[in-house]
Structure formats: structure tokens, C-alpha cells
Design a protein around this ligand. Structure first.
Ligand SMILES: Cc1cc2nc3c(=O)[nH]c(=O)nc-3n(C[C@H](O)[C@H](O)[C@H](O)COP(=O)(O)OP(=O)(O)OC[C@H]3O[C@@H](n4cnc5c(N)ncnc54)[C@H](O)[C@@H]3O)c2cc1C
Length: 483
């Protein structure tokens, strides 16, 4: 067993001292992610502190770090934007190495002919998107964390953005990529529009959450950008069932608005929707693209909504204002920390998915279960949800819960967040849905990984055994810790 000092020294010999960080504060912050945002605000760091944070310059350096870690049985936690919400960045093993990809931040190529962009893992999504827009192009990827997240993490978590109904999730955008495996093998999956050369091996890497390999470079599809044609529609509705019916009809009829979101009254009020929708649910659409497609999409949705009763139209300008301020950058994170510290109140989310035939049951059962079984129900200051990503066969449900933290902030996790998350996951699996829609399994939904995958867990388990036989990649993420 190497000591912390020996690990740092040997990493310095591999990478040069300027690429190895052992500053105590950086190490502490790098032992967690936003799952422990309450503890971090109060300076409570209970997990093993990593031995070092390293900032490799390229895939060859990543390979050298992984070979060293594999030989010495050291846990490695890949990291890029640091916006993870499910514990994927937690260092649960003593003397872990955090591999920070932010120095690999080059936009390698923008190709407007074959409509592709290649970027290293540490390229921030907003930076890439702004560069593309200067050329009249877009990636079409807009998670709320766009100002924070980076290409490596976005691919590693199977992220999804607000325009997903039109552009899909990141898995629909990635053409090819480069990744490094624990034995130091550097693999590159080439960029072609489609092929039938065996299974699609991109999907071993997309969504691996740093538990199988380190993503160093990504190539994604591009689209033309037509912001001047964006058009919004919004409706106030009496209940989620009416909203889900309209949503399902719009999507299954074949319309592809870029945004399709349905908020319940509680969640909508968090966004100020109660000012114009009272205590109703709110259904929002945005159409984008070439003008003729936008016009047809808006007309089609209006016609479908017209066949349902009980809604009132909302002035789309109210929605445009809300949409402009939806994303989260460093300022909002700082404001959130201030608020939490002052008010001892915070909020978390659990996002799941289900087919059209069970999503309403998932929504209703999860909320009913929390209201019935959660022992600290009086501390909840908000409980609700929304659907934000719809498909031909179903949609997601994004549960949101805020609470006052009574007692010791160190106990917040076990007292509030863990049981609330568990009740939503359990009710989702019971009703036939999937326990994670887009944040990744991280470390807090691993108790249900086997139940989620059923007999297909054999495949997931085999990948880990073959690709990471010594188990050095992000221990406790995706895969439950057995011992
Ligand atoms: C305010 C807020 C809003 C959010 N909104 C959305 C949203 O709309 N849609 C959405 O999908 N997510 C959202 N998220 C979650 C988060 O932003 C995404 O999961 C994002 O993809 C993480 O990217 P990152 O670069 O920050 O990755 P990190 O936080 O650094 O890492 C995330 C995970 O990926 C692994 N990882 C990181 N880099 C690599 C790499 N190079 N190779 C292999 N594994 C790696 C890490 O080990 C970790 O498990 C939100 C988060 C916040 C805080």
C-alpha cells in the first residue's frame, strides 16, 4: 500500500508537479458533489479525502495515470464540470485519485460540411455552443447546467437538455469518441453517420459515469441554428392527467416541438407560474427550426390541445422570460449556498421515467407515498414535479422536494434526502418505470441497480469485470459495493 505522500510523489514524476494538486481545501471539495451540498456549505466533509487531484494534458497522460493506479490498486474518480448531483464524484475509498479533465479544454474541430464538432472532455458546453452559434450552428444540447457541465461529464452521465424532444439526449448526438481504459488502452470510435459492424460500442462508454473508462474526446452532430423562428405555446390546465394526455397526443401524432414540459402547480409556483396560472398545472411547448416546420408544429399542437377541455391559454411572453433565466451558472450556485446557510432550507430532485400507460401512476403514487410515509413531512416546504422530456413511448417525471433542515446538518442526508429519493425510486420501479432518467445512478441509486436491470444486469456486470478487473474506476458508482 502506497502512502498519500508516495502517491502524490509518483504522480508528480509521471505528470510533472504542476499537474498534481494536494492543497487540502481542493482535496476536500473534490471528495463530494452536489448530493452533499448541505454538508459542504457547513464545512462537513465525512468521506475519505483523495490523495491528489491530477490534471492531465492529454489521453497519453490519462493512460499513464490509470496504469499507475491499476498497478497499485488505487481508486480513480473522473471529474470534469463538477455539476454531478448523485454522488458520482464522491471518493469513498481512502487515497483515491481524482482525475480532473479541465486542462483538456480544446475545441479540436468544427466541421460545417459533415456537421460535426470534436471537443476534448474539458470543454464547457456553453463555450462550445457559443462558438457554434457564431457560425449559425447548434449542438441542440441545453441541460440546465449548460454553464457548468463539460463534454466528458455530459457524455458520461447520459445527460439530456431542454430541447430533447427535437434533438434527443446526448446519446443521440455522439458520433464517435476517444476513451482510456484502466489498463492504459486508448480507444477511438470513428466518426461515421451509421454502421452495422457489430453492436454499437459507443454505448459502452456513453453513460459509464467514470466506472469503466475515462472519456478524453467527443465528436457530436451539429444542426443549423434558427433562433429567429422560435415560437412558444403555453396552457394552464386543471390537472396532470389532462396535461399528460395532450403531451402524449402531440408526440405520438408525430410533432416534434423542441421543448415540451408539463409542471404541476407546486413545481410551477417555484418558477413563478402561479402569477399567471394560479394553482393550475402549466404545459409549455417551443417549436424551432426552419419556419415552415415551426408553423406546422404550432398549428398541429394548437389543434390537438383544442380537442381537450378545461385549459386556458397563457401569454407566451411570460414563458419566454422564464426560459431566458432557466440555466444555472456559478452565480446561481453561490446564491443557493447563501440562501441555504441563512434559511436552513434546501431542495433536491429525483428524475425517473415511465411509459405513457404508467407515468401518471408513478407521479401520483410517489407523491402519495411521501405524504403518507415520510416521517418529517412537516419539514417539507415544497413537493411536486414536472415532465420535461417526452418520447414516442413515454416521458420522464422530475420530482422536486424542498425542506427545512431541522437539527444537525450532518444528519440531513439520512433524515431527508436518502428516504425521499428512496420512496420515489421504489414507487417508480413498482409501477414499471426506470429509476433514473438523466442524472445517472451515481452512488445513491446503486441499491436498486440490480432490480432496475433484472436479468440484463449480467451484461452490465460482465463489462465491469472485463474492462475494470481490479475495480479501480469510481468505486461505488453504478455498481453496488458488495462487501
Ligand atoms: C443546477 C443543475 C442543473 C442540472 N440540469 C441538468 C439537466 O438539465 N440535464 C442533465 O442531464 N443533467 C443536469 N444536471 C446534472 C449534471 O449537470 C449532468 O450530469 C452533467 O452531465 C455533468 O457534467 P459535468 O461535466 O459537470 O460532470 P461531473 O460532475 O464532473 O461528473 C459527472 C459524472 O461523470 C463522470 N465523469 C466526468 N468526467 C468524465 C470523463 N471525462 N470520463 C469518464 N467519466 C467522467 C464522473 O465521475 C461523475 O460520475 C444538472 C446539475 C445541476 C447542478
Amino acid at each position: 500500500m502506497l502512502t498519500r505522500e508516495a502517491i502524490a510523489e509518483q504522480l508528480e514524476a509521471i505528470l510533472g508537479p504542476e499537474r498534481v494538486i494536494t492543497d487540502k481545501e481542493v482535496l476536500k471539495e473534490s471528495s463530494i458533489d452536489r448530493y452533499r451540498k448541505v454538508q459542504s456549505v457547513f464545512g462537513i466533509y465525512e468521506l475519505p479525502i483523495p490523495a491528489a487531484v491530477v490534471k492531465p494534458a492529454d489521453a497519453a497522460q490519462v493512460a499513464a495515470i490509470l496504469r499507475f493506479a491499476d498497478k497499485n490498486n488505487l481508486n480513480c474518480v473522473p471529474r470534469t464540470g463538477g455539476s454531478a448531483t448523485e454522488g458520482g464524484l464522491e471518493t469513498i475509498v481512502e487515497n483515491s485519485i481524482v482525475i480532473d479533465g479541465t486542462a483538456m479544454n480544446r475545441i479540436v474541430k468544427i466541421d460545417p460540411v459533415s456537421m460535426m464538432a470534436t471537443a476534448q472532455c474539458g470543454v464547457n458546453l456553453e463555450v462550445l455552443e457559443n462558438r457554434l452559434r457564431e457560425q449559425g450552428l447548434t449542438m441542440g444540447h441545453s441541460p440546465q447546467s449548460k454553464p457548468l457541465a463539460m463534454m466528458g461529464g455530459l457524455v458520461a452521465t447520459r445527460s439530456i437538455g431542454q430541447f430533447s424532444t427535437l434533438y434527443g439526449g446526448i446519446e443521440d448526438m455522439v458520433i464517435g469518441l476517444e476513451a482510456v481504459f484502466p489498463n492504459g488502452e486508448i480507444t477511438r470510435i470513428k466518426n461515421v453517420p451509421r454502421r452495422a459492424c457489430g453492436p454499437d460500442i459507443r454505448h459502452i462508454i456513453i453513460g459509464n459515469e467514470g466506472a469503466l473508462c475515462y472519456i478524453t474526446e467527443v465528436t457530436v452532430k451539429l444542426y443549423r441554428f434558427y433562433p429567429e423562428n422560435n415560437r412558444f405555446l403555453a396552457y394552464a390546465l386543471p390537472d396532470m392527467k389532462t396535461g399528460l394526455d395532450i403531451l402524449r397526443n402531440v408526440i405520438t401524432t408525430g410533432y416534434r416541438p423542441s421543448i415540451a414540459r408539463l409542471y404541476d402547480a407546486e413545481d410551477g409556483a417555484q418558477h413563478g407560474f402561479n402569477q399567471f396560472a394560479g394553482d393550475n398545472c402549466v404545459l409549455i411547448f417551443m417549436a424551432e427550426g426552419p419556419e415552415r416546420i415551426v408553423t406546422a408544429t404550432i398549428e398541429g399542437i394548437t389543434e390537438i390541445a383544442g380537442t381537450c377541455k378545461g385549459w386556458t391559454a397563457i401569454d407566451p411572453r411570460a414563458i419566454e422570460n422564464w426560459f431566458t433565466n432557466l440555466n444555472w451558472g456559478p452565480e446561481k450556485v453561490a446564491q443557493e449556498r447563501e440562501f441555504l446557510k441563512k434559511n436552513l432550507n434546501t431542495g433536491f430532485t429525483t428524475e425517473v421515467s415511465g411509459n405513457w400507460d404508467c407515468i401518471l401512476a408513478i407521479y401520483e403514487n410517489a407523491l402519495a407515498r411521501i405524504k403518507k410515509d415520510f416521517p418529517h413531512i412537516d419539514d417539507l416546504t415544497m413537493l411536486g414535479g414536472h415532465s420535461s422530456h417526452s418520447y414516442q413511448t413515454g416521458t420522464n417525471m422530475y420530482f422536486v422536494y424542498d425542506y427545512n433542515i431541522k437539527g444537525d446538518p450532518a444528519e440531513e442526508l439520512e433524515k431527508y434526502h436518502v428516504p425521499l429519493n428512496a420512496m420515489i425510486v421504489e414507487e417508480t420501479l413498482k409501477a414499471g418505470g426506470s429509476m433514473v432518467h438523466h442524472h445517472g445512478i451515481g452512488k445513491y441509486r446503486t441499491p436498486w441497480t440490480k432490480e432496475e436491470h433484472g436479468s440484463a444486469y449480467y451484461l452490465l456486470d460482465s463489462l465491469k469485470k472485463v474492462l475494470d478487473p481490479n475495480g479501480i474506476m469510481n468505486k461505488g458508482t453504478i455498481y453496488p459495493v458488495e462487501e
